[in-house]
Each structure stands twice: as structure tokens, then as C-alpha cells.
Write a protein that binds this ligand. Structure first.
Ligand code: CUA
Length: 151
């Protein structure tokens, strides 16, 4: 009869785990980044929208933020975003795989050469945010940061 207890315990744990994952996925708005487009990593600088990286207004309070990532920088590396803006971030890498994380938000994705990764987030809280590379990419990895100012 001990087996029965352990079996119940095991199934209970599984249910708790799945509930936590489900709740964080839907309630907290954590979405997996989507990968839509392929891009030639050698032609990033001449391929729209990355030929003119930065924030682009797309509609009422809606923006697109296009960022070129390369060892060891984000371009642009200082971005100002109006408070409450819904921003779709598009990133691509010119060289190796990098990371793109903004602590304090749901933004955390990979930056892959040859692909455009996208993720939409809303900046409701004013303040300074830091973009970090969280994928080891070489000697300058720890210096790879950029700033977002929400005003
Ligand atoms: Cu780029 Cu680590």
C-alpha cells in the first residue's frame, strides 16, 4: 500500500508542475519567441529593416524595434521607448549565436545568424532597462549590453 501513496504523490507533483507551467505561460504572458524569417548574415546591413536599425512607429502606441547583434554589441545600444508602448522586437546576428534578455520583462530570446527572431512586449513601467547577451559568444561576451529608457 506504500506504492499507492507514492503513486498518488507522484501524480500530485506532476499536476502541480503542469499547473505552474501553464499559469506562467498564459497568465504571465511568457511566450516563446517566434522565428519568422531567414536572412543572409553577411547582408544584414543592407537588408531592411536592419539597414536602418532602431525604433519605428507602426501605429497608435505600437512600435517595431529592430536590433542588429554582432560580437560584441547591439545596434542601436541606447533606445528610448514611450511608456505603455507595445513593441515588437526583431533581432538578427551578423556572426555567432547571441542572447537577448531584458531582465524585469518577458523578453529572453536567442539571436541566431541567418534568422530573424521576434517577440512582442509592452513597456508599462518607466525606467532604465538593460539588454544583456545571455549566450556565451566569445571574449567580449560580458561587455555585451545596451540600454532602454522607458519615459
Ligand atoms: Cu553575445 Cu554573449
Amino acid at each position: 500500500k506504500y506504492e499507492k501513496i507514492w503513486l498518488t504523490f507522484g501524480i500530485g507533483c506532476l499536476i502541480v508542475f503542469l499547473t505552474v507551467v501553464g499559469v506562467s505561460a498564459f497568465a504571465a504572458g511568457q511566450q516563446p519567441p517566434s522565428c519568422l524569417t531567414t536572412i543572409d548574415p553577411e547582408k544584414v546591413d543592407t537588408t531592411p529593416p536592419f539597414d536602418q536599425p532602431g525604433l519605428v512607429k507602426k501605429g497608435d502606441n505600437e512600435y517595431e524595434l529592430n536590433i542588429v547583434v554582432a560580437a560584441f554589441s547591439f545596434t542601436p545600444n541606447a533606445i528610448e521607448i514611450p511608456k505603455g508602448a507595445k513593441v515588437t522586437i526583431n533581432v538578427t546576428s551578423k556572426d555567432v549565436i547571441h542572447g537577448f534578455q531584458i531582465p524585469g520583462t518577458n523578453v529572453n530570446m536567442m539571436v541566431e545568424p541567418g534568422y530573424v527572431n521576434s517577440l512582442t512586449t509592452t513597456f508599462d513601467e518607466p525606467g532604465e532597462y538593460t539588454i544583456l547577451c545571455n549566450e556565451y559568444c566569445g571574449a567580449g561576451h560580458h561587455m555585451m549590453t545596451a540600454r532602454i529608457k522607458v519615459v
